[in-house]
Design a protein around this ligand. Structure first.
Ligand code: 13P
Ligand code: SF4
Length: 329
């Protein structure tokens, strides 16, 4: 039996992985073949926990830049490789610490109907100045320097819990306005929200759910908290990507409409061969998450690129915010 090019590449990756004493982490949105070669797949919270506890010399992070940065923040003694250096997260770039480098303007098609609340050059420091002493809860989808200026981080899996864990009755939540709205709906605390968004989730409109339910009347709708609040209010269940995997497995329902990036469908289907999954919208595809291929994973391990290393003066305060999050049970 002859080996296919893909099998040869996978074998080469596994050999290199052993040689480098490396571990491959992949986010749930990665391409199928990348998820298959990974040692661990997961949501942002699970991958952060893995990065903090794993024993190895090298972590190959198949995801986007902020995820590799988080791994480097939590595991400074390990070499963290991001196979595709241009795999970024536009939402993460919608907030900066103190200089105006704001990507919101590049997504006019997804402009929020209420309009932006802050001028385009508004920064994290500006909003902190407006609300002195109010703790900053920062979604992990942010750059390391934004985390470094925050009190605590959160993920889509634990946002409400993190806000509830704080003593203050007012919090600043950055950068996702949709996650912030979801948190505000589920806490009595006052949430001061930034107005960033994920262009993949923010495009979902109520008609998408109405039509999907018409087509699949027995299916449950699962939505990611990066979707708009009106979508979250219509959904049957709101949770992170791994939360969806757990929910689908334990649910009695046989059909599900999935309101998140379509990469998650691969594992949902593999884990539940007797259940049926439909994407809420076929165009919920994150181009940045799809940049990593088996070839780029091979290239990363072969050439030991691209190394992601957060400078100590940012890493230490950023780690404090991530550690505080990881300590909340
Ligand atoms: P989770 O996998 O943590 O739910 O995050 C989704 C996401 O958008 C990561 O970019
Ligand atoms: Fe960023 Fe959205 Fe892509 Fe996640 S899915 S990496 S939040 S752009």
């Amino acid at each position: 039996m002859t080996m296919t090019d893909k099998e040869i590449l996978c074998e080469q990756i596994l050999k290199l992985k052993e040689k480098r004493n490396a571990i491959i982490l992949a986010h749930n949105y990665q391409r199928e073949e990348v998820q298959d070669i990974a040692d661990y797949t997961g949501d942002s919270l699970e991958l952060s926990r893995n990065a903090a506890s794993i024993k190895c010399d090298v972590i190959v992070f198949c995801g986007v830049n902020f995820m590799a940065e988080s791994a480097s923040i939590l595991s400074p003694d390990k070499i963290v490789l991001l196979p595709e250096i241009n795999a970024g997260c536009p939402m993460a770039d919608m907030i900066t610490v103190g200089s105006a480098r704001n990507l919101r303007a590049q997504f006019p098609g997804y402009e929020y109907k209420g309009g932006y609340k802050y001028p385009a050059d508004f920064t994290l420091r500006d909003i902190k100045k407006l609300h002195p002493g109010v703790p900053v809860v920062t979604y992990v989808n942010t750059t390391a320097d934004v985390k470094a200026e925050s009190d605590i981080c959160c993920t889509s899996a634990n946002g409400v819990k993190i806000v509830e864990s704080l003593g203050s009755d007012k919090v600043i939540c950055v950068p996702d306005r949709n996650l912030s709205a979801w948190i505000a709906k589920n806490t009595k605390k006052q949430v001061i929200a930034w107005d960033g968004f994920c262009h993949v989730h923010d495009r979902v409109i109520p008609d998408d759910i109405v039509n999907a339910r018409k087509d699949h009347p027995d299916a449950l709708v699962l939505a990611h908290p990066e979707c708009r609040i009106e979508i979250l209010e219509m959904a049957d269940h709101v949770t992170s990507t791994s939360g969806m995997l757990r929910f689908a497995k334990s649910s009695e329902a046989r059909e599900f409409i999935i309101g998140t990036e379509t990469g998650l469908l691969y594992k949902l289907r593999a884990d539940n061969p007797d259940k049926t999954f439909y994407p809420l919208r076929k165009d919920m595809v994150c181009p940045n998450m799809k940049k990593t291929t088996l070839k780029s994973v091979f290239h990363a391990l072969d050439t030991m690129t691209y190394k992601i290393k957060v400078p100590e003066e940012i890493r230490v305060p950023a780690k404090r915010a991530l550690d505080r999050m990881l300590e909340v049970k």
